[in-house]
Write a protein that binds this ligand. Structure first.
Ligand code: SF4
Length: 188
């Protein structure tokens, strides 16, 4: 995709290659379940806005997923508002910014929620399985798990980035920054 603009057709590929684990998890759960609870819609929706998805595309994307399981009228009535709201088109008309790692790490996802940070909120078994699924070699997996045990979640994320991209990261403190770094790393 050209810089600054991302269309719906780009999302699957970008999610696989350049989304941090927190956003991959939300994105593929949405694709699979055709639903996300509020915390997940906020965390992923604002991230996608930061990635460059425009309001009309965002509405179409969420609508096409949610209406696999509910009538269009219900989506338009109950869900479209908060998407427009996040783009500053409703309510106080604030143009909301995507969540930082700190905000995501300190969130408290409940049962059935998919938001949060996998390094902070997944069980060790789950996280290990996800890392292996990302083709991290055993040494890299151990390096990540070690940082998680010491509660250095953002360092664990940076270690994952380095293992996946084969180049150093500048440190991770925001999911959109992970994304930008990944796009840069994959172009060179
Ligand atoms: Fe997402 Fe930040 Fe956690 Fe990485 S450290 S998975 S970017 S919240």
């Amino acid at each position: 995709p050209s810089k600054g603009y991302v269309g719906i057709q780009d999302l699957d590929n970008l999610a696989k290659k350049s989304f941090p684990l927190c956003m991959r998890h939300l994105f593929f759960n949405l694709r699979h379940d055709h639903h996300l609870k509020f915390g997940g819609r906020q965390q992923l929706g604002l991230f996608l806005k930061g990635v460059g998805l425009k309001l009309e595309d965002a509405l179409n994307f969420w609508r096409s997923e949610f209406t696999m399981k509910m009538p269009v009228e219900k989506f338009d009535k109950e869900y479209a508002y908060s998407i427009r709201h996040n783009f500053g088109k409703e309510g106080k008309r604030v143009d909301y910014t995507p969540y930082s790692c700190m905000k995501i790490i300190t969130s408290t996802p409940g049962v059935g929620d998919h938001h949060g940070c996998p390094y902070r909120h997944f069980s060790q078994e789950n996280l290990r399985a996800v890392l292996e699924d990302q083709q991290l070699n055993p040494r890299a997996v151990e390096a990540v798990m070690d940082k998680v045990r010491n509660r250095h979640y953002q360092l664990a994320c940076a270690t994952t980035f380095e293992a996946i991209h084969g180049c150093p990261s500048d440190g991770i403190n925001h999911p959109n920054q992970y994304f930008e770094q990944s796009r840069k790393a994959l172009q060179c």
